[in-house]
Design a protein around this ligand. Structure first.
Ligand SMILES: *[C@@H]1O[C@H](CO)[C@@H](O)[C@H](O)[C@H]1NC(C)=O
Ligand SMILES: *[C@@H]1O[C@H](CO)[C@@H](O)[C@H](O)[C@H]1NC(C)=O
Length: 492
């Protein structure tokens, strides 16, 4: 037995050495850390069990001027605004990860549930008034103009709401999706009462989103754009919300909604067929619904599978119709801000699609080439491993994972001294020297994955370059599922 294990270890080492920079990653460690990151983003009153103890209570008056309690939720990224649209997407993604891979999370499952609940508790507050959905807290211009700890904030905590007369179908429907997906999480993992509260609220919020159609772009002018402008329209969120509500409630009204509107929203859905992220849910809808379609053998009569296949064909390097760029080191590489959000969100979808296709007879054809489920899994592993350090710089893009990781992340709380070290108030502009400093951040935001390298695999670790060095909840959220899956496949 002992000899067998030694032999196994030797083989693993040899295989590792022979394939260049193939490192054996500790996915369990990465899973624990990518969840821990969310504690660093917490807004509101922190619980006694808070593990990132350099963070303290903050924004305890959110909503007060409107007579509502909007404390809690997550700061979005390296700033201190609570942008509910991307926050809801991050929640939906965390929940989806737990739904598919929660059983592989081991002791981290409890932390994953806490991370989801921290959002859903907040969204229950943000949707407690019928006919109103609170869409955001914090004036983004004032906030971005200061380099200040959340514990010190003295910028306006402006509350933005969408209503019947000033609708916001995308933010409302994404919150509905988050609540519905999370209800499945709590139904499966131990809190059926809470699950019922979530699904009930999800259906109410969805009805509001659908009945009063419009974009929050217009309704909360100056709040949404140019920060989290809804470029892709709200039709994708309405379909996505309905698909999640069907999955969670099994009510035929939602299935009928999806089937009817995949036709009426056809131009919008086809325009974004390969997109997936906090703004565009298109590819996510098709993968999510693919499972229901596969299960019901309705394959030929609906477009979801062919849409999902188009997404795969546009993406995979093995596909002859691939249109997506990759860095020389193999990372999915899109120009612009925060590239790793695409790598994590898209990889999660590809992995889930492979899972849904398992045991089905469906074959993905990209022109004359067949894409196997194995190719999907290999693709996601390449992206995950790249993020953890299998890349030309041997750099982990997850803070605190491995020995070489970003030290100067664009994050106010992480880069300013903690309240324990420096109890005195740090005013808006008094944070600037810390922002500009070449020193490493004093507080480790463990598990934060940053925007990532340039398209040529280089990385400057520069706090000022937010497009590369800023973490965000929606970069990390898809990693819960990805890491749990990777962990389950890597233990001998
Ligand atoms: C939101 O605003 C952006 C920028 O002005 C615009 O490109 C986009 O089409 C708008 N979206 C909707 C749904 O109106
Ligand atoms: C798929 O079908 C199986 C067996 O008929 C059923 O138990 C399961 O609930 C179905 N799943 C979905 C998502 O409809």
């Amino acid at each position: 037995m002992v000899r067998k294990i030694i032999l196994y270890v030797v083989i693993v080492l040899l295989v590792g050495l022979s394939s260049g920079n193939a490192i054996l990653h500790d996915y369990g460690d990465a899973l624990a850390k990518c969840i821990l990151f969310f504690e660093g983003q917490r807004s509101g009153k922190l619980p006694a069990a808070q593990r990132l103890t350099w963070r303290k209570d903050s924004a305890l008056g959110d909503g007060l001027d409107k007579g509502v309690d909007l404390t809690g939720g997550y700061y979005d990224a390296g700033d201190n605004v609570k942008f509910n649209f991307p926050m809801a997407f991050s929640t939906t993604m965390m929940a989806w990860g737990v739904i598919e891979y929660g059983k592989s999370m081991g002791p981290e499952l409890a932390h994953a549930l806490e991370a989801v609940r921290w959002s859903t508790d907040y969204f229950l507050k943000a949707t407690a008034t019928p006919g109103v959905v609170y869409a955001q807290v914090g004036d983004p211009n004032a906030d971005h103009n200061c380099w200040q700890r959340p514990e010190d904030m003295d910028t306006p905590r402006t509350v933005y709401a969408v209503t019947q007369n000033a609708p916001g179908s995308e933010v409302s429907a994404e919150i509905a999706a988050a609540l519905a997906a999370s209800s499945l999480v709590f139904k499966a993992f131990g809190d059926k009462v809470y699950a019922k509260v979530l699904i009930k609220r999800a259906s109410e919020v969805f009805e509001f989103a659908d009945k009063y159609r419009g974009s929050y772009n217009d309704s909360i002018a100056g709040g949404a754009c140019p920060f989290y402008c809804d470029y892709s329209g709200y039709q994708d969120e309405l379909l996505w919300g309905a698909a999640w509500l069907y999955k969670a409630s099994k009510k035929s009204v939602y299935w009928n909604y999806v089937m009817q509107n995949i036709i009426s929203f056809k131009p919008q859905i086809e325009a974004g067929i390969s997109e997936f992220g906090w703004d565009a849910k298109h590819a996510g809808i098709n993968v999510l619904v693919s499972k229901l379609v596969l299960n019901n053998t309705m394959e030929t009569s609906t477009p979801f599978l062919s849409y999902a296949d188009t997404f795969i064909c546009s993406l995979l390097p093995d596909s002859p119709t691939n249109i997506v760029q990759f860095s020389p080191g193999g990372l999915l590489a899109r120009q612009g801000v925060c590239n790793l959000q695409h790598a994590t969100a898209v990889s999660f979808l590809v992995l889930v699609y492979a899972r849904y296709l398992k045991k089905s007879k469906h074959v993905i054809r990209c022109n004359d080439k067949i894409i196997t489920q194995r190719m999907l899994v290999v693709f996601t592993k390449k992206q995950v491993d790249y993020i953890l350090g299998s890349n030309p710089l041997s750099m982990s893009y997850m803070v605190g994972y491995g020995s070489k990781f970003p030290r100067r992340i664009h994050h106010r709380a992480s880069s300013l001294p903690s309240v324990a070290q420096h109890p005195d108030h740090i005013a808006c502009k008094d944070g600037t020297p810390y922002f500009l400093s070449a020193a490493a951040n004093p507080n480790e935001l463990t598990g934060a994955v940053v925007g990532g390298p340039n398209v040529d695999d280089t990385f400057a670790d520069d706090r000022v370059d937010s497009s590369k060095s800023e973490p965000a909840t929606y970069i990390n959220a898809p990693l819960l599922g990805l890491m749990a899956y990777s962990k389950s496949r890597s233990s001998p």
